[in-house]
Design a protein around this ligand. Structure first.
Ligand code: AGP
Length: 608
């Protein structure tokens, strides 16, 4: 997702903008730019393709002590990554940065003949449209912005400055987050609160349909219909150390290794090992409402979808008389699915900003279905639009590849399923094993990470030359295999795909040759022997198998075995996923690719 920063105050704006953009780098981008204004309105516009370091080279020759400016990291949607397509875009006396997509930009462009377009972007069209109302200062900047936004269709988070009023920034949002940081004699803006950390803990989260004029000591918010909005200042919950690498080479390894702590935060105050129950306050459902639930839809994209699929296997094991429908948001939002009475929808999203998931949420709400968020980012759009929710509290997840959020999303959804089971009268003796295993899972994760780390690093190095991988599992190990394949493909660019073991003979078995390795998840249990038979089918065809198992008697002649010694009868797949995460990490390091910012991807996909 693109990143936006802005500053107006008494400090050096260029310094704030560059450091703010660096905080947002993890979201993925392909070009960056800033513009600052001197008191006399002289503008210094700097843009560069590629990394922010390229922008800094330009900055070194154009240092200014300006006190106001805006900046942007761009993840290309319309127009290839280039300097001319980078933001900020200029139209007359104004400059604009934009997150989102203006869907009717072509029609609008037809009406803006007097503007000489220099880029292929929809964002420059929005800048020209605003300027067509601004008329070089004949009208207040905020009024020109409002009039233009009323004509624009699509999503936006924007910041606009003018050389004619170099003491104010106008911001607006619809579908793309913007947060205003309130300081002492300075005001900041960002598309993600992490850019504000170290400068202020006071934040105002702009809502869809709101526009604000900010100055160094004032924030004035109103709706597009000019109704005043009272600014609600909230405390930013994250601290600076949470968004730094803490001695690790990459955020991804830090976030893999901190899963004992992050899961502890998810469980805090929610698990009662005394009476063998769990309690979630956030969903806000009464015992009776929980008892009534007959159908559960679980909505997500990518890893969030895999978390929902894995959780669905667990929930159906413990919650009677309930049907569960895990769905991919980008598909479900366009289907004509019948939603039965007594349904509840779980909306799963780490960032709380994923466009397809948000669109699904809005569609489902229109049908009067209760929506419960399973979200990490506090104050995010999805978190604010669901009817209730459970924050997973894993702290900022910086690396594009999601790891700690997945583990906590699964457990949070299992706990939600347990609250339904409790309300439906499922006996404590049935739920007690889940409560006990969940309570000890953070420590079991710690033991697992310690016990497998070096082995996984060695094995990953052995397979670094492979370009194809097959992940395999049955039952709860199958969604886990899907998640493992995604992890590997999204950061090491290896063509990795997951199949249910039982599906091998229906096609994928034809793939087995020296181009592929097979990553087999083999938890003990009633389906273990069946999975072993499948592994033997693969070996009989010359497969290169990496077995991940907690079965101490495992003795097949595979290429490599990664034994799980720490025990979790129920959540062995969660522990196996730690192996997949580390395997993907070390394969990527061995290949020399960018672990935290893989090509073509963004941390939060706020475009459809
Ligand atoms: C996971 O590693 C990917 N980064 C991606 O699939 C991600 O899970 C997906 O975009 C959903 O993001 P969200 O949880 O923030 O909604």
């Amino acid at each position: 997702m693109c990143g936006i920063v802005g500053y107006v105050g008494s400090k050096n704006a260029q310094d704030f903008l560059i450091s703010g953009l660096k905080r947002l780098e993890y979201r993925g981008y392909d070009s960056a730019g800033i513009v600052t204004l001197a008191e006399d309105g002289t503008a210094t516009l700097l843009r560069a393709k590629g990394k922010i370091s390229n922008l800094e080279e330009k900055l070194a020759k154009n240092k200014r002590n300006d006190k106001i400016g805006i900046g942007h990291t761009r993840w290309a949607t319309h127009g290839e990554p280039s300097e001319k397509n980078a933001h900020p875009h200029q139209a007359g006396e104004i400059y604009l940065v934009h997150n989102g997509i203006i869907e009717n930009y072509k029609e609008l462009k037809q009406q803006l003949k007097e503007h000489e377009f220099k880029s292929e972007t929809d964002s420059e069209v929005l800048a020209a449209l605003i300027n067509s109302f601004y008329k070089d200062g004949k009208h207040p900047l905020i009024n020109a912005v409002v009039q233009a936004l009323k004509l624009a269709k699509g999503t936006y988070g924007i910041a606009v400055v003018s050389k004619l009023s170099p003491d104010e920034i106008v911001v607006a949002r619809s579908g793309s987050p913007l947060v205003i940081g309130v300081g002492h004699g300075e005001t900041m803006i960002a598309s993600d609160a992490s850019a504000l950390l170290g400068h202020t803990k006071q934040a105002i989260y702009l809502n869809d349909g709101e526009v604000a004029m900010i100055k160094k000591d004032s924030v004035e918010i109103k709706t597009l219909n000019a109704e005043p909005v009272s600014a609600k200042v909230e405390e930013i919950e994250t601290n600076l150390s949470a968004i730094q690498k803490g001695g690790y080479d990459h955020f991804l390894l830090k976030e893999i290794m901190e899963q004992p702590e992050s899961l502890n935060e998810t469980l805090r105050g929610r698990v009662n090992t005394e009476d063998g129950t769990v309690r979630l306050g956030g969903p806000g459902l009464t015992e009776n409402q929980l008892r009534q639930i007959k159908h559960l839809i679980i909505v997500g994209c990518g890893t969030a979808y895999h978390a929902g699929l894995l959780a669905s296997y667990y929930i159906e094991k413990i919650t009677p008389e309930i049907t569960i429908e895990p769905v991919i948001a980008s598909e479900y939002r366009y289907r004509q699915s019948y939603i039965p009475e007594d349904s509840v929808a779980l909306i799963v999203s780490q960032s709380g900003e994923t466009a397809d998931t948000l669109a699904c949420l809005r569609e489902i709400k229109k049908q009067g279905v209760t929506t419960i968020g399973i979200v990490n980012a506090i104050g995010s759009t999805i978190a604010r639009e669901v009817d209730g929710g459970t924050y997973v509290h894993v702290g900022p997840e910086i690396s594009v590849a999601s790891t700690k959020a997945f583990t906590s999303q699964v457990i949070a959804m299992v706990m939600f399923g347990m609250t339904i089971a409790q309300a439906k009268g499922v006996r404590t003796s049935v739920l007690r094993p889940y409560v006990d295993e969940i309570a000890k899972l953070p420590e079991v994760i710690r033991e697992t990470l310690e016990s497998v780390h070096e082995k996984v690093k060695d094995v990953a190095g052995k397979y670094a030359s492979y370009e194809h991988g097959i992940y395999l599992g049955r039952d709860t190990a199958y969604p886990t295999a899907m998640e493992g394949a995604l992890k590997l493909k999204e950061i090491s660019y290896v063509d990795a795909n997951a199949y249910a073991f039982g599906e091998l003979k229906h096609g994928p078995l034809a793939l087995i040759d020296d181009r592929f390795f097979e990553f087999a998840l083999l938890p003990k249990g009633e389906l273990y022997d069946k999975a072993i038979s499948n592994v033997q089918e693969v070996l009989a065809r010359g497969g290169h198998v990496i077995a991940v198992t907690n079965e101490k008697k495992f003795d097949l002649p595979v290429d490599d075995v990664i034994n799980l010694t720490a025990e979790s009868e129920i959540f062995a797949p969660i522990l196996m996923n730690l192996v997949s995460q580390l395997f993907a990490y070390y394969m990527t390091v061995a290949k020399g690719y960018d672990v935290d910012q893989p090509r073509n991807l963004a941390k939060s996909v706020t475009v459809e």
